[in-house]
Design a protein around this ligand. Structure first.
Ligand code: SF4
Length: 311
């Protein structure tokens, strides 16, 4: 059952608008939206498909869908300049992690500064588990947001990410980003622990202590070719309850349903739960969800970019 308190919160803090986001990670077309342009917001992996962690839910498959910088003859700035000439307005800079969980961003910081100053592109950056030096360097770039998957249970960090770290290290990273005034867009992956909800509540508590620009919730997406290809995601009840908890924990912060979630009928059901819980936006909405939002007297708009990016 939807929690009516969530809608009271939404109406108190936000206008009756909902934004649907469609970045260039994949093609998108429904009967409700045919204006997707994958060139407008492009994902770049600075490591190509290389990653030292090989997480159980990903095994580099997410990186395979991105533009590989190592295969491009030129710098990150050169690649972004070429994309800008083709109509890009923003990019997601991502990549695999090193053994400490960091995306190796530091060598690319001077390029990123030039991308902002000379091309004016919006920059979203996947930071992995960044050290303080990286947070400090990102502060000089002027990014739109640092995207960090926050994990709230040690077993998940060890068994899913193969990373020798702790939830406290994620909180420290959030602290470092906040201290250097880098806007954060933390993500919580519901069901990351082999389909079970485990550290999600603690992750939310940690995030709430360092108020983010936007909170993004995603659901474990069983990906072909990974050990979790047949893992069942959490139940709709668990998902809906967590959406409501997030809405109530961060009443004035935009909370979005991000792009990763299982496909099929369950996707529509999850998207409906997001609207019922008063979330502010959805990436790649299921067919029929725009109409559902209108029935709830929300005015929809689409942006061809990552969650919460505005032009
Ligand atoms: S969840 Fe949203 S912000 Fe994160 S990668 Fe997907 S579209 Fe971008």
């Amino acid at each position: 059952m939807p929690d009516p308190a969530c809608w009271v919160i939404r109406r108190t803090h936000f206008p009756d608008h909902i934004t649907f986001h469609t970045p260039g990670l994949k093609g998108y077309k429904t009967s409700e939206y045919d204006g997707h342009n994958a060139q407008e917001f492009v994902s770049i992996s600075i490591t190509g498909t290389a990653c030292a962690l090989g997480c159980e839910h990903c095994k580099m498959s997410v990186l395979k869908g991105m533009m590989a910088l190592p295969q491009f003859e030129g710098s990150l700035f050169d690649l972004c300049a070429a994309l800008a000439r083709r109509g890009a307005r923003g990019v997601l800079i991502s990549g695999g992690s090193d053994r400490q969980g960091r995306v190796p961003l530091l060598p690319h910081i001077p390029d990123m500064i030039r991308v902002r100053r000379e091309l004016g592109l919006a920059l979203r950056v996947h930071v992995g588990l960044p050290d303080e030096e990286t947070c400090e360097a990102l502060a000089k770039v002027g990014i739109d947001g640092a995207m960090i998957d926050v994990i709230g249970h040690q077993d998940t960090i060890r068994e899913v990410y193969h990373l020798d770290s702790t939830p406290e290290a994620y909180e420290t990273a959030l602290e470092h980003l906040a201290r250097h005034n880098v806007p954060t867009v933390p993500h919580i992956i519901l069901g990351l622990h082999f389909g079970r909800m485990l550290g999600e509540w603690r992750a939310l508590e940690m995030i709430a202590r360092h108020p983010p620009k936007i909170l993004v919730l995603v659901i474990l997406m069983p990906l072909n070719g990974t050990p979790m290809a047949v893992t069942r995601p959490p139940s709709l009840d668990e998902i809906g309850n967590f959406f409501a908890t997030a809405r109530k924990t961060l009443p004035a912060t935009p909370v979005m349903l991000g792009c990763a979630r299982p496909l099929g009928q369950i996707k529509f059901d999850i998207d409906r739960l997001a609207i019922d819980a008063g979330l502010n936006g959805i990436a790649y909405p299921a067919e029929g969800i725009v109409d559902y939002a209108r029935q709830k007297r929300l005015t929809p708009n689409f942006i061809n970019a990552c969650c919460g990016v505005t032009w």
